[in-house]
Design a protein around this ligand. Structure first.
Ligand code: CA
Ligand code: CA
Ligand code: CA
Length: 335
């Protein structure tokens, strides 16, 4: 009886943690194989800003395994990757912008490895951010419920079900899916026109001086140090599930015209929002470049002569005649 109680008590902390989808070889996984027919395109461009091999010893130099090209196109597997180093950043671009369809919209591939002794996985995690203008990036709320008392070392393994919304949750050739619905709405992000995906290596050191945090404020414990040329997250590919090119009708009315047109742009005294096949405009808002709302209206003719000249974003919230709710964001200049 006492033994049972001990076992039950030991399970309590586990029950407090939200558990997420399990490893790719378990039922209920969300892992997506590289050959999945769900992928309609792959990243066409990648620029990596390498991080140090060891953030506590930058003089030793940066990660150097692979090249930016290794993250472009289809996944190549374990060795066809670019290593980011501690805190390194990869910014990927696409021929057609990613849009927010039903379920996951893209997936990130890394070269995680199963440890057959522990049954757990060696994973080098990365934060994932998206942008619809290449300037303002928005992070997927990341969860990592791995313990934070003992530093995971190189080669250590963890249970992927403790991890959510971090790249490299799964092993080589299996993508980790990301659903744009999970990024909090922001007027500076058009989820139906995502042009950039950014992956940022989770440093993994649990020392508060160097650590990184998940969205709950938990330190992310990730294998560290990895003081060699393949340091940090090893990016293989980014696969697109929903993009504008493969989603006919997104923002286009039945007669082939854009559903929203905004003019004049640049504007001086007023902006006119013209709609096509829109049942109702629920609201129009104008934001400055730092995301402050400067104006809101339900009129489609908006007086802007009182605003400081500069770059703004107009956000139009509406229902189409097809009963689909849409948000359009456009950059406008006020002179
Ligand atoms: Ca989606
Ligand atoms: Ca790392
Ligand atoms: Ca690595």
């Amino acid at each position: 009886m006492r033994k049972l109680l001990v076992v039950l008590l030991a399970m309590v902390p586990m029950a407090l943690w939200a558990q997420f989808a399990p490893a790719e070889d378990q039922p209920g996984t969300t892992a997506m194989h590289a050959d999945s027919s769900a992928f309609v395109a792959w990243a066409t461009g990648c620029v990596v800003e390498r991080g140090p091999m060891n953030i506590t010893n930058p003089a030793a130099g940066v990660a150097s395994f692979g090249t930016d090209e290794d993250a472009v196109g289809v996944p190549g597997g374990t060795m066809a990757v670019v290593s980011l180093g501690d805190g390194g950043i990869a910014t990927l671009t696409f021929r057609s912008p990613i849009c927010n369809g039903e379920g996951p919209d893209f997936a990130v591939f890394e070269n995680g490895l199963k440890n057959n002794q522990t049954g757990l996985w060696f994973l080098e995690l990365g934060f994932v951010e998206v942008s619809s203008d290449g300037e303002n990036f928005f992070r997927f709320p990341a969860y990592c419920n791995v313990q934070t008392t003992t530093q995971l070392g190189n080669g250590s393994s963890v249970d992927p079900s403790l991890i959510h919304n971090l790249a490299s949750k799964y092993g080589a050739m299996y993508g980790t899916p990301f659903d744009l619905d999970e990024v909090p709405d922001n007027p500076l992000l058009d989820k139906n026109h995502v042009t950039h995906v950014r992956i940022i290596d989770v440093i993994g050191n649990i020392d508060p001086e160097y650590c990184t945090y998940d969205c709950q404020g938990h330190i992310i414990n990730d294998p560290w140090p990895t003081p060699f040329n393949s340091s940090g997250m090893d990016l293989d590919a980014v696969g697109v599930i929903h993009d504008v090119e493969h989603t006919p009708g997104l923002g286009i009315a039945e007669n082939g015209e854009e559903m929203i047109s905004i003019y004049p742009n640049p504007a001086h005294d007023f902006i006119i929002v013209e709609t096509q096949s829109i049942a109702s405009v629920l609201g129009i808002e104008l934001y400055n470049v730092i995301g402050q709302k400067v104006l809101s209206s339900t009129e489609t003719e908006i007086k802007v002569s009182g605003l400081e000249p500069g770059v703004y974003f107009i956000r139009i919230n509406c229902d189409g005649i097809d009963a689909v709710h849409r948000i359009f964001t456009e950059r406008i200049i006020i002179k």
